[in-house]
Ligand binder design. Structure first.
Ligand code: FMN
Length: 442
């Protein structure tokens, strides 16, 4: 196999890493951690089977292996026995589908010491690349406990990797992450923020705005569900009105007509609610937007990590830590991060246009509901005309009043939240996409 980086011996390390190296000559009990600094990032590239083709010096140094030992070896050379099999099952299942995947991984250095990373593994032509950072967020602690639990269950329940993967997904779902993507985008965003804070770096405004989209979209989702539920309840009212009207015959004639009109108009409103749904009405619009935002956050954060590895590598060429051959890896990273930046930008454009459509739907709906409301007022007037005879009609009218207040308030909140989503999308946009939203404004 062609070695595409400078051949460095196992003990040829530079600067800060020296002290780590010197203390690690004897085989460790496995309880010790192989330390590395939070600013350090790992990089490695494999072929389609996960056989190591290349890496950066940080990766090699912490692993304690020489390049001769690493290149051509399967990546599992640094596999730690504490890692649940299910995690790798999820990783490979996703990679084979062409999906970039983030995961917490506990690794084992040659001397037995362990080190944790948050890895972002991406498919590239002919293989995969992995960029890793030191995890330090609260999510990391959560992930460690999930892993420890899964490792025990794999042994005690004799789980296959596939079954273990299924249980991991179930556990994540119980923690509020409907999909593995939702978990990994949350984790990467938290890790980036924790790392920025530890390194005294300014907050990543774009990533934060994109993160803030999630609770806003979740609130939007809740409001939409409320709207569907209120409309579902309202549907029984015209029948109730007709029943009451038939008891009032012949004086109830106008009420009968009013209820018929109400039914027709509320049917129209219900049809219009379709505008809030996607995929044949099976999912609400925000649900689909949410999964795109998860993807966008992941891509944005991954691109930032890749850019940083690339920048550090450029400096390392000057100091000689990385050999000239690493320039090929920098090219791979450049292509990848450009693709990911565009990907996260496209997600934002599509979210913006969907939410613009949602605002339009909410406005149309409000107009229709105003029509419906005038029928409700008519009903009240008619009840007044009937005087004492209308007693049986009053509970139905009161119900209508209540629903209309609810619908008005929900639509108001939907429009307010949609505007907030649009503001956050604009704040998350990469500069290269400037102007692309204006088109969707119209
Ligand atoms: C680019 C890339 C990077 C990987 N990095 C690691 C790693 O750091 N540690 C690890 O244990 N496995 C890593 N893997 C997964 C391994 O290929 C392997 O699936 C894992 O070690 C479990 O081995 P097993 O499936 O044979 O049990 C990586 C795979 C790829 C494609």
């Amino acid at each position: 196999m062609k070695v595409t980086f400078a051949q460095l011996g196992p003990n040829q390390t530079i600067g800060r890493s020296m002290s780590f190296q010197n203390s690690a000559t004897a085989f460790s009990s496995g309880r010790d951690e192989a330390p590395f600094a939070i600013e350090e990032l790992f990089f490695s590239r494999t072929d389609k089977r996960g056989v190591i083709a290349s890496g950066n010096e940080v990766f090699r140094r912490i692993s304690e292996y020489s390049w001769q030992e690493l290149v051509g070896a399967p990546h599992k050379i640094i596999r730690h026995p504490d890692m649940p099999k299910g995690v790798f099952y999820i990783l490979w299942e996703r990679l084979k589908k062409g999906l970039a995947t983030g995961a917490y991984v506990k690794n084992r250095a040659k001397d037995g010491r362990y080190y944790w990373v948050y890895a972002v593994i991406s498919p590239i032509e002919g293989g995969y690349v992995s960029v890793r950072m030191k995890p330090s967020s609260k999510v990391f602690a959560q992930a460690q406990s999930v892993y420890a639990d899964m490792l025990k269950r794999e042994a005690s329940e004799g789980l296959t990797p596939e079954q273990s993967a299924e249980k991991i997904r179930e556990t994540l779902s119980g923690l509020g992450f409907p999909t593995y993507s939702a978990f990994s985008s949350y984790a990467i965003a938290q890790e980036m923020a924790a790392r920025d804070a530890a390194l005294d770096r300014a907050d990543d405004g774009r990533l934060n705005s994109m993160k803030d989209l999630l609770p806003t979209l979740q609130n939007l989702e809740t409001e939409q569900q409320k709207l569907f539920m209120t409309f579902a309840k309202i549907r029984g009212i015209p029948s109730n009105m007709r029943i009451v009207a038939s008891r009032l015959e012949p004086a109830g004639g106008p009420i009968s007509a009013i209820s018929q009109n109400y039914r027709l108009m509320s049917d129209e409103v219900t049809n219009h609610l379709g505008g809030f749904r996607v995929e044949n009405g099976t999912r609400s619009m925000t649900e689909s937007v949410l999964s795109r935002v998860h993807h966008g956050i992941f891509m944005m954060a991954a691109a930032r990590l890749q850019r940083e590895v690339k920048m550090v590598a450029s400096e390392a060429f000057v100091t000689g830590i990385e050999g000239d051959d690493f320039k090929n890896e920098v090219e791979v990273l450049t292509t990848l991060l450009d693709t990911y930046s565009i990907d996260s930008g496209s997600v934002l454009v599509s979210v913006f246009s969907d939410v613009t459509a949602l605002t339009r739907s909410a406005k149309d709906l409000r107009q229709l509901v105003t029509g419906l409301d005038s029928i409700r007022v008519l009903c009240r007037v008619e009840a007044g005309r009937l005087g004492a005879n209308s007693v049986s009609l009053m509970p139905v009218i009161d119900q209508l009043d209540k629903f209309h207040i609810e619908i008005d308030a929900t639509l108001e909140r939907i429009m307010h939240l949609s505007e907030r989503v649009k503001t956050l999308v604009e704040a998350s946009m990469p500069r290269v996409f400037n102007g692309s939203l204006r088109y969707h404004h119209s």
